[in-house]
Design a protein around this ligand. Structure first.
Ligand code: URA
Length: 241
């Protein structure tokens, strides 16, 4: 990245003002005065203005966590409960979860410090797909599943159409397994939808978020997304990388 752009990105000054600082000989790169705004610098260079070292723009981090039950999806908890941040401590970046999973819900959770992407992934306008598996109480009739598919009113607002598949029934345990695909992300949405048709959720897991799946990730483990996965996320929400 060009030195002037680097300084601007780091919030030191506008691009124009940064060029002036450079031409005035007030900027050093690795200890030497750098008087050319177009000089290329990278994250390993030590850059200073008037002798004060500048922190570069924070590197973007994208993590996929296979969240176990028992962790809340916030970074800090005032009641000292375990949080997802406890599972991804060593990343060196100020990341936060994209949306929420309830403490007793397991499954994939994306964490990032890319605010623009996170905002769009959570925004209903972009209809990002979330796939859940829910063990529910009772054996649902087609009528109930159709109601969930079409949308039902929860807290005064109709849910948008969802895909619902009945994967399994276990009459001996009075339970059924549903696969539920949502393009909204309202609070406790799956639990509220199932409860609204008389089938409370016994266990809930998110299988996929925006096409990202846990794959071989064990519960409690996370991995960094690769470039292609990041690109896919950007494309899904109409951003260029
Ligand atoms: N819907 C819920 O009810 N809970 C979750 O954690 C996610 C979706």
């Amino acid at each position: 990245m060009r030195l002037a752009k680097y300084l601007a990105r780091a919030g030191i000054a506008s691009r124009r003002r940064a060029e002036i600082l450079i031409s005035e000989g007030r900027v050093t790169v690795n200890g030497s005065i750098a008087d050319k705004p177009q000089l290329k610098v990278g994250e390993n260079d030590m850059i200073a203005v008037d002798g004060k070292i500048i922190e570069g723009p924070e590197k973007k981090v994208y993590l996929l966590l296979n969240k176990p039950q028992g962790y809340i999806s916030t970074v800090h908890d005032t009641h000292d409960r375990p949080t997802v941040a406890d599972l991804v401590r060593d990343t060196g970046a100020r990341i936060y979860p994209v949306g929420r999973l309830d403490a007793d819900t397991s499954g994939v959770l994306l964490l990032t410090n890319d605010g623009k992407l996170a905002h769009r992934l959570m925004h209903p306008r972009f209809e990002v797909e979330k796939v859940y598996k829910a063990w529910i109480e009772g054996l649902p009739q087609k009528k109930s599943l159709d109601l969930m598919r079409r949308g039902l009113v929860i807290e005064g607002k109709k849910t948008v159409p969802a895909s619902i598949k009945l994967l399994k029934t276990e009459s001996e345990n009075n339970t059924a397994l549903l696969e539920i695909t949502l393009v909204e992300g309202r609070k406790r949405q799956v639990k509220n939808m199932c409860a609204a048709v008389g089938h409370p959720v016994r266990a809930l897991r998110r299988e996929s978020f925006a096409g990202l799946k846990a794959g071989r990730l064990k519960k409690g483990d996370y991995r960094h997304l690769d470039q292609q996965e990041i690109k896919n996320l950007y494309h899904q929400v109409g951003l260029q990388i």
